[in-house]
Design a protein around this ligand. Sequence first.
Ligand SMILES: Nc1ncnc2c1ncn2[C@@H]1O[C@H](COP(=O)(O)OP(=O)(O)OP(=O)(O)O)[C@@H](O)[C@H]1O
Length: 342
Amino acid sequence: MTSVTPVATTGGSVHQFVIAVKETVKKRRLFGPDDHVLVALSGGPDSTALLAALAALERAGELARLSAVHVDHGLRPGSAAEADACAELCARLDVAFHRRAVEVARGNVQSRARLARYAALRAVALEAGATRIATGHTRTDQAETVLHRLLRGAGARGLGAIPPKRGLLVRPLLDRSRAEVRAFLRDEGLPWLEDPSNESPRYTRNRIRRELLPALARFNPAFEEALARTADLLRDDDRALERIARREAGALAWADARRVRVLPLAVRRRAVRRLWKAATGSRRGLSASHVEAVLGLFDRAGPGRISLPGDREACLGGDRLWIGRQPEEALARRRRGRPQKG
Ligand SMILES: Nc1ncnc2c1ncn2[C@@H]1O[C@H](COP(=O)(O)OP(=O)(O)OP(=O)(O)O)[C@@H](O)[C@H]1O
């Protein structure tokens, strides 16, 4: 291994950025002294700063082991060189490095690349015996995500945006801004890679960064903290409502109309979504209008049924609300009723 460059110490004292990251780790209980943390390293500024901060925390005994992984999506001609730059950085910081190549099918490339990346991160964590996977999402990413979802319309679930912790995944930079990240990297003399696609106005996300965030900063210079706080609060609300919905989903399933009618609408909606997920195992949620249609069954005097996506249906009758596949004859009837193509 190459010689270790002292990172995150300025004049013998620990950099303020590292202290702030440590506070987030403690406050949000992201990992402890026994954990092996695997950093998802793109080579961009955020994950580079994350790696350097966690290397300093490893030296201070705040975690047991640190390693890093770069996933090469093979989507850009220079992608192998990016992996090499990550390997170099890890050698400089004395951190064990893994690289993984994945194939991304054509189509919705961004979302497919993300799915392939998270699958690869989990596989490497398993092989390396890592107990946490850390990504470089910052408070600025959080604000962008909240705004992006707000523009399309979302409830508490969506506006809760990026969680600091989910399963193995942790995000120790979620209380730090992109500006703080850059200042830290400059102070430490650390190199990073710029992603050219971050500049393209083709993506709404980039326009939010370049146009909307500066406009909002003129109304409230601390709007980023404000949005992050909103996301934290909504995530807590969402969790509380989900807990109640889990308890009350039975009232819907057993068609207990009297009980269903007194449940708050927010709980009823969540309970329908839970039943849909349990019945279909589908990652795709039910649209708001379908949720309302299912709830509408409880307003009728007698039994009823409605069609749902994926040839599914919801039937309310007797003492059950049933969500499942439509019977063959009903599908055949519907197909006969459809206008011929061409
Ligand atoms: N190719 C990759 N390999 C490993 N981890 C990645 C990769 N791309 C992204 N990540 C992880 O996901 C996080 C968020 O991804 P995003 O695409 O927003 O990052 P980026 O802008 O490419 O780089 P960074 O967040 O490091 O500045 C990154 O901070 C990093 O932890």
